[in-house]
Design a protein around this ligand. Structure first.
Ligand SMILES: Cc1cc2nc3c(=O)[nH]c(=O)nc-3n(C[C@H](O)[C@H](O)[C@H](O)COP(=O)(O)OP(=O)(O)OC[C@H]3O[C@@H](n4cnc5c(N)ncnc54)[C@H](O)[C@@H]3O)c2cc1C
Length: 358
């Protein structure tokens, strides 16, 4: 297919019940900042990095983008949405067209540890070096899926690209274990990312790896993942230590005139960090002072105590699942705010391992 109009591909959708899932598929695609429109039986989605369509009459989905990264991203968004919502029909997706024969996974990079240091008693910053990291500054996602070696699989194989546009994983005896982390800082020109690991109690993969990390160790990363945060002039933010890297990154990059209030739950005052807050958002630290993480209600209470303003506002919350549920129910239920005004995410669940790694 010609270079002038960029890259394009399509896949047949052999689904008997597509109309049953189409609203949820469309909703998910729109949540990644797509403008949606309908032309007869065809739904079109325009992202900043390309376009997608779902033709319900011909049962075909199409993707187009100016470059390889954009096309891979759109194929991944479409294929993931179909796999998730049409799961009961076990969809078999096979892309044809540009880059259909690629086996390299556009969203994957192998990274090498170059530095490890402690920011606070329980927050360890690890610096990684890798090649061609520009895609991690695209698509509005701040997070990555980190692929770790474990005691059982000390020498994992990395995933490849399947013909459905999704990763193909090696067999269990060579498969790395995935956990989701935030890119705390990204330096594309020098090929560097920083990730802040909370060293938490319990038998773990990510925290365990971080405790033993030394320069030269290798891991895989995939991404970026996550939905873009909507622009607003006022923000209400809440995070525990796991959401702190994302919250801190936002405070560093949002426009100076941005106003609002942010609460960060930490174990105690020794976990406070210096954040280069470029905004007018007021930052408050909430120490648990002995109460275990995930059992303290003060972060959710602090969020619920703030009145929602009129005008352009966004609520962002990232913490343990129970707190996230309280905040989501308040924002979406009690206050009836929409998804384009709030994002309340569970970053971990007390007693459950690897929950958010998908
Ligand atoms: C989008 C996103 C971004 C994230 N960004 C970061 C980040 O930048 N830094 C970061 O440290 N975490 C981050 N997290 C949270 C992290 O993915 C989870 O804490 C994950 O469970 C850590 O994996 P693990 O292997 O260390 O522990 P797991 O093997 O998943 O869990 C082992 C045990 O530890 C418990 N546990 C897990 N997390 C915590 C915790 N925070 N406090 C106490 N107990 C815990 C579990 O309940 C379980 O009992 C993020 C999560 C998401 C969804």
């Amino acid at each position: 297919m010609s270079e002038e109009r960029g890259l394009a591909c399509e896949a047949r959708l052999n689904l008997r019940n597509l109309p049953l899932y189409i609203d949820r598929i469309s909703d998910r695609l729109q949540s990644f900042d797509a403008d949606a429109s309908q032309d007869g039986q065809r739904l079109d989605f325009r992202f900043a990095f390309g376009g997608a369509s779902l033709d319900m009459e011909r049962l075909v989905m199409r993707a187009n983008a100016a470059d390889r990264d954009g096309l891979a991203r759109i194929k991944d968004l479409l294929a993931t949405a179909v796999q998730v919502y049409a799961r009961e029909e076990k969809p078999e997706i096979v892309w044809t067209g540009d880059l259909a024969d690629e086996t390299g996974l556009a969203q994957f990079r192998e990274m090498v540890v170059t530095d490890v240091h402690d920011l606070t008693p329980h927050m360890r910053r690890i610096r990684f070096a890798g090649e061609d990291l520009s895609r991690f500054a695209k698509f509005g996602g701040m997070h990555i899926r980190m692929l770790f070696p474990t005691r059982e699989v000390p020498d994992p194989l990395w995933p490849m690209l399947g013909s459905n546009g999704l990763p193909v994983w090696p067999s269990d005896d060579r498969r790395p274990v995935a956990r989701v982390y935030t890119i705390r800082a990204l330096d594309v020109a020098n090929g560097i990312i920083d990730v802040d690991f909370l060293i938490h109690p319990g038998d773990s993969v990510g925290a365990h790896w971080a405790i033993h990390a030394t320069a030269g160790m290798k891991i895989g990363i995939m991404g970026p993942v996550g939905r873009p945060v909507r622009p607003a002039s006022w923000y209400l933010m809440g995070a525990d230590e796991t959401g702190l890297p994302a919250l801190a990154r936002m405070l560093e990059i949002l426009p100076a005139e941005t106003k609002g209030v942010a609460f960060v739950e930490i174990a105690d005052d020794s976990e406070r960090q210096v954040i280069d807050n470029a905004t007018g958002i007021e930052l408050h630290w909430l120490p648990r002072n002995g109460v275990p993480a995930g059992l303290d209600a003060r972060l959710a209470r602090a969020i619920l105590s703030v009145s929602w303003p009129t005008g352009s506002a966004f609520g962002w919350f990232a913490a343990e699942a129970a707190a996230a549920r309280i905040v989501r129910e308040h924002w979406r239920g009690t206050l009836a705010l929409g998804r384009n005004e709030t994002l309340a995410a569970a970053y971990w669940r007390r007693g459950a391992a690897g929950l958010m790694a998908g």
